[in-house]
Design a protein around this ligand. Structure first.
Ligand code: ZN
Length: 615
């Protein structure tokens, strides 16, 4: 559907209006848009529902006659206007992926709309965990994942990235638990179980977030800290001790951090993503707690979203690469600033490998159009766009621009871009206009439309893709070639000279191994390097692909435990995909999945249902 978007500045001024088509929302904000939400909610762990009152402040055109909100599986009890006068409303037809529009009759004079409602126990954004599914196993846990279009399963809302609103909330939870939101947060559990929140900066619905559990807080710096279950707190605080340095490096690159505090919450392992950039409170998976800070580039990524995504937001999910490509680029620059160029180049090379595999897979399965940066996700689940294309093809495109124009000039452009477009939405087309005007033409650079179009609207990876360079990876590759040439050697550790290898070098090593190694070589690698018992989730996940391909039975118990206890889709998909390549593996995948599915969030289980053809 076609609608107009307010520019979404802090003032909510409608002076800059652009026309945008968001195929994933029923909302018509050009007629009536929400500007503020007061949310009063009670969390019922027993029934797995949230009962709530959502009071919206709205802005209407004079002739407005309706407010349309997105909903999914919500039970709406009543709607009124803030003066105890009922408003007529109707729920529209249920459309796959999108849910149902809630259309409320209003007039141009209506200023408030109050909705009393309840969520469904199946609400897709919400994951309810019993104590056994948490780290400490003492208390239940609830967390939300709203991106891309799941906020509507716990809030009636205009669920389009272009509609921004501020919010206040009062959330009531069982005593002894702490509630946290993407807002100003408490740091201690109180006796009442009632917590207040305020988000002063306007955000889109996909950044609405809530977590409830037995949680404690540790400070990491003057404006940063980490929340975790008590048994995970010290480990988490140690893992993220460089956070303050990351924040200052980010500010030096692209301007002030605009969200006051930056805190992290370490969730139980069923969290489906690596991280989610909920403003002021990034949600992270415990699978990055490696003990040696080697997987914290994920935190740099989520922090970078405080600029790319949360400040300058993709207008629709077709423009998702603007959120993610910029963020991977920015993440890489933060990692370079904090840990050096060699370190960030290793990350870039690993990403390039992932990207090439993803492009091959997409093309093989007839989805060449999904290898374009600018997508067309109309009529589809927007999660289909969450591939390495948006992230890593986006990154390499921006890196190519940087290399062509020079880093200093590119940084100036980006700094200006974030400042000028803060709290606004961005379409791919507006970005191209600004890039041409503010960078290419302003500096009289020779970058033609052909290059831009090939990367943004064309398939695959153009030939001019930059190639990261890592001497450390070259050494790893040499070591493998050498080893493969010489049948069997006894002291592998010494032979590879690997005592100082980082997680990234190990990942390179495991990924470069040939597809078929045979049981004996698998066993000798495993006994030398302990991949099966590695506490590092990235290393185990990469190794497990070889475990399945080589039918390496000694690691199957670990594989099963990993699949049951980890809900992170990035790890699950390649492993289930590898398993179902054989008939025996398929049976094993289904048997494991039956035990694992209750531990997965909808985001992961819906992907694996489709993969295993489970209806
Ligand atoms: Zn991201």
């Amino acid at each position: 559907m076609l609608f107009l978007l307010g520019c979404g500045e802090l003032s909510n001024s409608k002076s800059h209006i652009m026309t945008i088509n968001d195929p994933h929302s029923f909302a018509r904000p050009e007629i009536c848009s929400i500007t503020h939400l007061d949310w009063k909610a009670k969390i019922h762990f027993g029934r797995k529902v949230i009962s709530a009152t959502a009071t919206f402040t709205i802005e209407t055109s004079d002739s407005a006659s309706e407010l349309i909100l997105d909903t999914k599986d919500l039970k709406v009890h009543s709607v009124e206007n803030g003066n105890n006068e009922s408003l007529n409303f109707k729920m529209g037809e249920d459309i796959p992926h999108l849910g149902r529009p809630l259309t409320i009759e209003i007039t141009g004079a209506t200023k408030r709309v109050v909705i009393e409602y309840e969520t469904s126990p199946e609400a897709e954004a919400l994951q309810w965990l019993v104590p056994a599914q948490t780290a400490d196993k003492t208390s239940p846990f609830l967390f939300t994942q709203s991106q891309a279009i799941l906020a509507r399963s716990w809030l009636p809302i205009q669920d389009s990235p272009g509609v921004r609103f501020t919010y206040r909330a009062e959330v009531s939870v069982p005593q002894g638990l702490l509630a946290l939101m993407s807002a100003a947060n408490p740091t201690t559990t109180n006796n009442t179980g009632i917590y207040q929140f305020e988000m002063k900066q306007p955000i889109p619905a996909y950044l609405m977030a809530l977590a409830v559990g037995r949680l404690e807080f540790a400070s990491l710096g003057p404006r940063s800290g980490v929340y975790a279950e008590p048994s995970m707190l010290q480990k988490s605080a140690h893992e993220f001790e460089d956070l303050e340095e990351m924040i200052s490096s980010a500010e030096t690159l692209y301007g002030p951090y605009q969200w006051d505090r930056y805190d992290l919450i370490v969730l139980p392992p069923s969290f489906p993503f690596g991280g989610m950039e909920n403003p002021r409170l990034t949600f992270v998976t415990p699978t990055i707690l490696a003990g040696d800070k080697s997987l914290t580039s994920l935190v740099a990524h989520e922090l970078a979203h405080s600029w790319s995504g949360n400040l300058v937001t993709n207008a629709t999910w077709d423009d998702f690469w603007l959120n993610e490509g910029f963020t991977v680029y920015f993440e890489n620059r933060i990692m370079e600033a904090v840990y050096g160029r060699e370190y960030s180049e290793m990350l870039a090379l690993l990403a390039l490998q992932d990207l090439k595999t993803e492009i091959e897979d997409l093309i093989k399965s007839g989805k060449e159009a999904d290898t374009h940066l600018k997508l067309n996700l109309s009529g589809r689940n927007p999660d289909d766009g969450m591939t390495a294309i948006a992230y890593d093809k986006g990154y390499f495109f921006l890196r190519l621009l940087e290399e062509r124009v020079g880093r200093a000039r590119f940084d100036d452009f980006l700094k200006g871009y974030f400042a000028k477009n803060a709290f606004k939405v961005m379409t791919t087309e507006t970005f191209i206009d600004q890039l041409k005007r503010d960078l290419i033409e302003a500096s009289h650079l020779d970058i033609g439309d052909d290059l831009l179009h090939a990367w943004i609207y064309g398939p695959g990876l153009p030939d001019n893709c930059p190639l990261p360079v890592s001497g450390k990876f070259e050494n790893v590759d040499l070591a493998i070639t050498d080893w493969l040439k010489n049948a069997s050697k006894s002291n592998l550790e010494k032979e590879f000279n690997s005592s100082s290898w980082s997680t990234h070098e190990w990942l390179r090593f495991i990924r470069q191994l040939p597809d078929t190694l045979g049981a004996q070589r698998m066993a000798s690698l495993d006994s030398a390097f302990g991949f099966t018992v590695s506490g590092n989730s990235e290393i185990f996940a990469a190794w497990a692909v070889h475990v399945i391909a080589n039918d390496y039975k000694p690691a199957y118990d670990h594989l099963e435990a990993f699949l049951i206890n980890t809900g992170r889709r990035k790890f699950l998909m390649p492993l289930y995909t590898e398993l179902i390549k054989t008939e025996e593996g398929k049976q094993m995948a289904k048997a494991i999945y039956q035990k694992a599915r209750p531990n997965y969030h909808y985001v992961s289980s819906s992907s694996i249902d489709a993969l295993l053809d489970i209806k």
